[in-house]
Design a protein around this ligand. Structure first.
Ligand code: NAD
Length: 258
């Protein structure tokens, strides 16, 4: 672990008045949820084209069959998943010095479980903890969807309008929630430090946010196991596990503040 990089990240965080933390699937791998693009990740085992919004619309029964098959094969139970040290450190950072926003591409809800203030969290790709009706746009707890998946013929349908139900996550080909994206862009434009944790920065438009931040003068700090396309714009790049480096960085930043 490079101590000088950690020290530099600490001093950038200390100097920051408007911090944005941006997370991706890599912040949750140490909780046991595979990411998409690491070796052995989800796209090594499944075809992303089967999970687009078009695939859902074309054949919702086949879509749900594939989803349920994927769940039967997965090596973890969602109910066993807990936040890890990186999620907890990010929550500590938010509590000690409220940062503007925690922008996440994740749909797992682990930042909320770790204690980050839900009002500060921008879930760019939605959440798997809710379901939505594609007909009337009604939101409901995921338990409603789960019951239907267990007890009713596929595809699950809305009790109000008979529309198709889907998890409240953004599938490939589906638009991001406009208000969340607008606020994320504004936050990225006005922050002075943009801290990336665990993202390949390869999914647009999410991946454009660190570029927006850097272009507007923010210091970019990237913590990611593998290279990203914007590493050259960053002041500090740390290629280590989030659970190993985020806690000491946060601890250092908060310690020196007192
Ligand atoms: P990604 O799979 O494209 O990239 C993850 C990155 O994290 C990789 O570059 C990998 O090297 C890095 N990484 C893995 N483990 C790490 C660790 N312990 N510490 C530091 N870095 C680590 O994921 P992405 O950039 O978030 O974008 C892809 C999409 O994945 C997003 O749309 C997101 O919605 C979705 N996704 C979410 C979850 C989740 O909610 N937990 C899980 C899988 C995929």
């Amino acid at each position: 672990m490079s101590t000088s990089n950690i020290e530099e990240a600490i001093s950038i965080l200390q100097e920051s008045q408007h911090l944005v933390v941006f997370t991706g699937a890599g912040v949750s791998t140490e909780s046991g949820i595979p990411d998409f693009r690491s070796p052995g990740g989800i796209w090594d085992r499944y075809d992303p084209m089967d999970f687009t919004i078009q695939a859902f619309r074309n054949d919702p029964v086949a879509y749900w069959e594939r989803r349920l098959e994927m769940r039967a094969e997965q090596e973890f139970e969602w109910s066993d998943i807990e936040p890890n040290a990186a999620h907890r450190a990010i929550a500590d950072l938010g509590q000690a010095e409220p940062f503007n926003w925690l922008i996440t591409q994740n749909v797992d809800g682990l930042h909320q479980d770790a204690g980050s203030n839900p009002e500060n969290i921008l879930e760019l790709h939605g959440t798997r903890r809710k379901a939505k009706c594609m007909g009337c746009d009604r939101r409901m707890d995921t338990g409603v969807l789960e019951r239907k998946l267990e007890q009713e013929p596929l595809p699950p349908r809305c009790d109000s309008c008979d529309g198709l139900l889907k998890r409240a996550t953004v599938s490939f080909g589906e638009s991001l929630p406009r208000d969340v994206l607008t606020t994320s862009r504004e936050a990225s434009t006005s922050c002075d430090c943009f801290l990336v944790v665990g993202s390949s920065l390869s999914v647009e438009p999410a991946a454009s946010l660190p570029r927006v931040a850097a272009r507007n003068g923010a210091e970019l700090v990237i913590i990611n196991l593998t290279e990203t396309p914007v590493d050259h714009l960053a002041r500090v790049v740390i290629g280590e596990k989030a659970g190993d480096v985020v806690p000491p960085i946060v601890e250092g930043a908060l310690e020196n503040e007192e």
